[in-house]
Design a binder for this molecule. Structure first.
Ligand SMILES: [Zn+2]
Length: 413
């Protein structure tokens, strides 16, 4: 669709709306103008102006019947997929991975780095920054989540222990000046020397400071909350666990509202009771993430994660010693799992993958189907929640041609 055609009118989508707020689904309309949502309303409240457009012969009206319209999904912790990894430091890799996730309904990500030599991180940031700036599909990248190398050697998880180090504010200074506004989240272990200075620097540059891969005591986490740490990555995974005399990182995360957190509901990372406990205690302060790696969307086999060998069997990615090494699912599967494995309602599940992560990383115009918000949306089949269509910034994405082609009423239905 050309700019001229696009400006000629509104696109009207009809379907069952799940607006991302947790509200019950309702039959209604979403209208899109350029790259924004112009209005959202229930069927019975359709304004006359839109109804007349529905009747006009050249109106661009798409009726999805009982399929769900939801906001595009937002994965704030994602390393790779489709055989590619952010740490490959290559535009081709990133584009391959973005295509896979966009086709599965993830319209926003934080490209997440891993512990590696600084030069490798430099290269990964440069590649992601350039894809974001120059490629149409780069609009999926909302920024970078630096996960490592400022982590606890006691809780490396799937991070390469050789390159773990104390927080280096000088590196952050270099990265923020080379890639202005691009780093959105910094995960570190707050008990490390240099953490307080790094957190202060991060906050001054609008970077969310997160606790993770940490051996901090409960009191150390409380101190870090005082510095401004506001998030904790993959709750319970790779952090000092709860003990009744030393509640650890897990105790601090569960107790303190200042901290938002993430859960990985791939069926391997957390016991269902742990998922239930975290959801019950954190409510709107917990989002789902995938933490997925390059084997997502690929067959079982042997893969590499930041220089370490990972065996993928039945979708479970593990090192030889059994340590879990990320997931292999797209976020839409996390939404399905919240419903099918954890008994959550669909509106709740969608909220944990849309408006909640948007709030955590301050994506103020994303995560809801609401007037003025970005026109990022997903059409889901009611049966099995399969992704039927994906729209990014007002453009329909075609997973076969990788084009952002507008599909007309005749072409679509
Ligand atoms: Zn991690």
């Amino acid at each position: 669709m050309t700019e001229r055609e696009r400006s000629a009118g509104r696109l009207v989508l009809k379907g069952t709306i799940l607006d991302g707020s947790g509200r019950e689904p309702f039959s209604g309309y979403v209208t899109v103008e350029q790259d924004r949502i112009a209005s959202v309303f229930p069927e019975e409240e359709a304004p006359a102006e839109v109804m007349s457009q529905l009747d006009s012969t050249d109106a661009q009206v798409l009726d999805f019947g009982n399929a769900y319209l939801t906001p595009g999904l937002i994965d704030i912790h994602l390393h790779g997929g489709a055989g590619a990894d952010v740490m490959d430091g290559s535009a081709d890799s990133l584009i391959r991975m973005l295509r896979y996730y966009l086709a599965h309904g993830t319209t926003s990500i934080l490209a997440t780095t891993l512990t590696a030599p600084k030069l490798d991180i430099d290269r990964a940031l440069a590649a992601a920054f350039s894809v974001q700036q120059t490629e149409r599909i780069g609009r999926v990248i909302q920024g970078v989540h630096l996960e490592g190398p400022f982590l606890s050697p006691k809780w490396p998880g799937a991070q390469h222990p050789q390159w773990i180090c104390n927080p280096q504010t000088a590196w952050l200074r270099e990265w923020t000046s080379r890639f202005p506004g691009f780093i959105r989240m910094l995960t570190l272990a707050p008990e490390l020397e240099g953490a307080e200075e790094a957190v202060a620097y991060a906050l001054k540059h609008n970077i969310i400071a997160a606790c993770g891969h940490s051996d901090a005591t409960y009191d150390q986490v409380r101190t870090a909350i005082g510095w401004g740490i506001s998030h904790a990555v993959h709750c319970c995974n790779a952090m000092r666990p709860f003990h009744h005399r030393e509640p650890g990182v897990v105790g601090a995360v569960l107790l303190h509202d200042e901290l938002s957190t993430e859960i990985n509901v791939d069926g391997y990372h957390l016991h269902p009771a742990a998922v239930e406990l975290i959801l019950r205690l954190k409510q709107d302060r917990v989002c789902v993430i995938t933490d997925s790696m390059r084997a997502a969307g690929m067959t079982d086999g042997v893969y590499h994660l930041a220089g370490l060998e990972v065996h993928v069997e039945q979708g479970a990615a593990r090192f030889a010693d059994g340590t879990i090494a990320g997931s292999t699912i797209p976020l839409v599967q996390s939404v399905r799992n919240l419903v099918q494995m954890h008994g959550k309602s669909l509106p709740e599940a969608v909220k944990h993958a849309t408006s909640i992560p948007a709030g955590i990383v301050k994506l103020h115009s994303k995560g809801l189907l609401k007037a003025g918000y970005d026109a990022d949306l997903v059409v889901l089949e009611p049966e099995g929640l399969q992704v039927k269509r994906v729209m990014l910034s007002g453009d329909w994405y075609d997973p076969e041609t990788h084009d952002f082609a507008y599909i007309s009423r005749r072409g679509l239905l």
